[in-house]
Design a protein around this ligand. Structure first.
Ligand code: GLA
Length: 391
């Protein structure tokens, strides 16, 4: 840890040589073990924070300007504290990486009485579906509240970060990523009911399994992908079901048994989306049970089923990711594998027996290279703590 801290602080001081005292925060990325595209349909999801982070260093300045620089981007951003809400800045920021910390500053409702120099340093890959945007947004909000000594509940901070995505980045995302990132706990997944926002921790036995991500290298952007379309399709399906007499508030209020009737009501596209949502929600509770009783093979099967449903019914996969899941299923020691996150690119997540991790990474890299003529990035994830102050 200490060497990364030194690197991050050195990076900050190099860009802000006048800064004397800086506060340092770490905000993790997240994996999602199962429960995809149901966090905006009132479903229960099973994400976890991981040991890859965006580090946020911040120091005060006397010039009344908030600055954003990053070791991972050449473009820099700055905005005067007395001009924070200008429509021009919002429009300009919308297409830059610093839209997230900027949106966090605006929505935090903090009355800035001095400027701030922010620097970011990421060990989280961007566009890989492991929530770098939620990580930087949650992390910036956390840093602001900490600097200003303001108390905020984790849930309220998560909701503010979600609003940054909605209002500033134009992505109508659910609440899973933000809740996983702020509430993360080492070696535990978070079983989150996205309707009540209640959650409990599910221990993950890291001496038995590892979650390994393989990056397709196809960058996914939720803004440009069909993410918002999927959300609208679900909203349409919900309205149609309500009109047809279903007493429900969210699609996840329906049970798997309702699907026979639902098929007679909804047009094909809306039916397919609903079918994924309802069965995925069911799979999450099945998965939690299987994992609790150490039925790893049965739990893994549910991951394959989740993938099939995401690919065939929700239509958010791409041919390369389908192939990657297929390859994973042919490798010894793999319990299950599926597309992770919003889709249209990004990573697969595979549940691999600890003894087989090395074999898996070698074998999948080989298959990938043969097909794509490039070596994929592979991340062996440890499950870590949520956003926190380090120094
Ligand atoms: C993205 C969104 C989440 C969630 C997933 C799909 O990560 O930010 O809210 O909807 O996609 O499960």
């Amino acid at each position: 840890m200490s060497s990364i801290i030194d690197t991050v602080i050195a990076h900050h001081q190099e860009h802000y040589p006048q800064s004397t005292d800086c506060a340092l925060f770490a905000s993790p990325g997240r994996i999602n073990i199962i429960g995809e595209h149901i966090d905006y349909n009132g479903g229960t999801v099973l994400p976890a924070a991981i040991d890859k982070h965006i580090y946020i260093c911040v120091s005060r300045n006397d010039d009344g300007i908030i600055r954003f620089i990053s070791a991972n981007h050449t473009e820099t951003g700055e905005v005067a504290i007395n001009n924070l809400y200008s429509p021009q800045t919002m429009t300009h920021a919308a297409h830059t990486w610093w839209v997230y910390p900027y949106g966090a500053c605006v929505l935090s409702n903090i009355e800035f009485d001095y400027g701030l120099d922010f620097s970011f340093y990421s060990t989280l890959p961007v566009g890989a579906g492991i929530s770098s945007s939620a990580s930087i947004t949650v992390g910036t909000l956390y840093a602001l509240y900490s600097l200003y000594n303001k108390k905020i509940k984790n849930i309220d901070l998560a909701l503010q970060a979600q609003k940054v995505e909605w209002d500033f980045a134009g992505v109508n995302c659910g609440i899973m990523d933000q809740m996983a990132i702020i509430n993360g706990k080492k070696d535990n997944a978070i079983m989150l009911n996205t309707r009540s926002m209640d959650y409990s921790f599910i221990p993950v036995d890291t001496s038995a399994v590892r979650f390994v991500l393989v990056n397709s290298g196809v960058k996914h952007s939720l803004r440009e992908s069909g993410y918002n379309d999927r959300r609208q399709e679900c909203e349409r399906a919900l309205l149609m079901l309500k009109k047809a007499g279903f007493a429900i508030n969210e699609l996840c209020d329906c049970s798997v048994d309702d699907l026979i009737q639902i098929q007679t009501i909804l047009p094909q596209t809306e039916y397919k989306r609903t079918c994924h949502v309802i069965t995925e929600n069911h799979r999450v509770s099945q998965f939690a049970q299987e994992i609790q009783y150490y039925n790893l093979s049965k739990a893994g099967e549910l991951l394959y089923k989740s993938h099939e449903s995401l690919s065939v019914y929700y239509e958010v996969s791409i041919p390369l990711i389908d192939e990657m899941v297929e390859w994973a299923s042919s490798i010894d020691g793999v319990y299950g594998s599926r597309l992770m996150g919003g889709g249209f690119g990004g990573c697969t997540i595979s549940m691999v027996a600890l003894y087989a991790v090395e074999h898996f990474t070698g074998a999948i890299a080989q298959k990938f290279k043969k097909k794509e003529n490039r070596t994929p990035e592979i991340y062996e994830c440890s499950i870590g703590d949520g956003t926190r102050r380090i120094e």
